[in-house]
Design a protein around this ligand. Structure first.
Ligand SMILES: *Cc1c(COP(=O)(O)O)cnc(C)c1O
Length: 369
């Protein structure tokens, strides 16, 4: 091959070469609690929409911007009568977050966020030439709203409830940042369905706020890759330009549309299973506390358990066919993370039977310590 001896990797952009390739653990036959998708599957109405013969019109392009979803999404978010609010969709909310960074951040601009947060944020930032500015959480895992604003970044990313800590973020802190930050504020509500409240209504009052949501978690459609965001028309319009057309597939759009119906096997299913995940989360949190662990307060469908021996625990759970996500090298603030030397386990919720299997395996592992 001509030129085959050349180091092709050296032709890549530095920012790309420096990035790891995302490679989650695979889970053949194991109990997989390592991510926070819907362990109960997907709404029956969405599955039916995928099977209907008309879904077979896959030789045509989808609608450029998933137009059929927009009225249903505005209704779902309670924003149908809030003037000037628009919706942008994407190939998962990852795509919307990435496009928002490209739309508003020029290379060299800064993006501020509380740390630790969603691991894709610093990666997308680097890919878009942005400088990540991590800001530690305040003592209770609420946002340090003043420091976030004082960072003066072009983009401020907030995640409520926060991943991977599961901790809730207060309305006051979000509102403080959304009204005072100098640039665009991106509020990632991937887990809002499990939280006591959503802050999506703030888009009506904060014109630089973009609220990002997904069908991957409570809606159980992670494999179809559908995400979206709400914001004022001018913000959404710029994200759409940066995003490009045809990001949601024909099947993704159909399933998401079916899932948004106000019916027992659609939104009813989503709400029931979100409630179930929250109930089970509380039982698991109590069980963990009883055996001397201290999960952080959770407003999501997973628990974060700071533990200095998190990697040993995760490996020994894996040996018992239970997969959880292990984080090391997290910031040493707040106190709970410092005490655990920046290590923690993140455990997604599933049926109570499955969680009992996890708790039994964990008790076994800890008995051997
Ligand atoms: C899972 C997750 C997403 C990504 O969701 P997709 O829509 O599947 O791309 C975004 N933000 C946070 C915080 C998440 O945990």
């Amino acid at each position: 091959m001509i030129g085959a001896t050349r180091d092709l990797a050296s032709l890549a952009r530095d920012a790309v070469r420096a990035l790891p390739l995302y490679a989650p653990e695979s889970a053949d036959g194991a109990l997989d609690l390592s991510d926070s998708v819907n362990a109960w599957g997907a709404p029956p109405a969405a599955l039916r929409a995928l099977a209907e013969p008309s879904a077979a019109s896959v030789s045509r392009y989808p609608s450029p911007r998933s137009e059929s979803l927009v009225p249903a999404l505005l209704r779902y978010l309670g924003l149908e009568s809030t003037g000037d609010v628009r919706i942008v969709t994407g190939c998962g909310s990852d795509d919307v977050l990435d496009a928002a960074m490209r739309a508003f951040g020029s290379p060299g601009d800064r993006i501020a966020f509380s740390s630790p947060t969603f691991s894709m944020i610093p990666l997308f930032a680097r890919l878009n030439g942005l400088e990540p500015v991590p800001v530690p959480f305040a003592g209770t895992f609420d946002l340090d709203a003043e420091r976030l604003v004082d960072a003066g970044a072009k983009i401020t990313y907030l995640c409520a409830p926060n991943n991977p800590t599961a901790t809730p973020v207060s309305r006051a802190a979000v509102e403080f940042v959304a009204t005072r930050a100098s640039g665009i504020v991106v509020l990632d509500e991937a887990y809002a369905e499990f939280a006591p409240e959503s802050y999506a209504d703030l888009v009506g009052r904060c014109e630089r706020l973009l609220v990002v949501r997904t069908f991957s978690k409570a809606f159980g459609l992670a494999g179809l890759r559908v995400g979206y965001a709400a914001g004022t028309a001018s913000v959404v319009n710029m994200v759409e330009r940066a995003r490009g057309p045809y990001k949601v597939s024909v099947l993704g759009e159909r399933a998401a549309h079916a899932a948004l119906a106000d019916a027992d096997d659609a939104l009813g299913w989503v709400r029931r299973h979100a409630r179930l995940a929250v109930e089970i989360r509380e039982r698991v949190a109590t069980a963990l506390t009883t055996i001397g662990l201290a999960p952080l307060p959770s407003a999501a469908n997973f628990l974060c358990i700071p533990a200095s021996n998190a990697s040993v625990l995760a490996a020994q759970l894996r040996a018992r066919n239970v997969l959880v996500r292990c984080f090391t090298g997290l910031p040493r603030e707040p106190r709970a993370l410092a005490d655990a030397q920046g290590s923690a386990l993140r455990v997604g919720m599933a049926s109570w039977d499955a969680m009992q299997r996890f708790l039994d395996a964990l008790a076994e592992v800890r008995a051997c310590e």
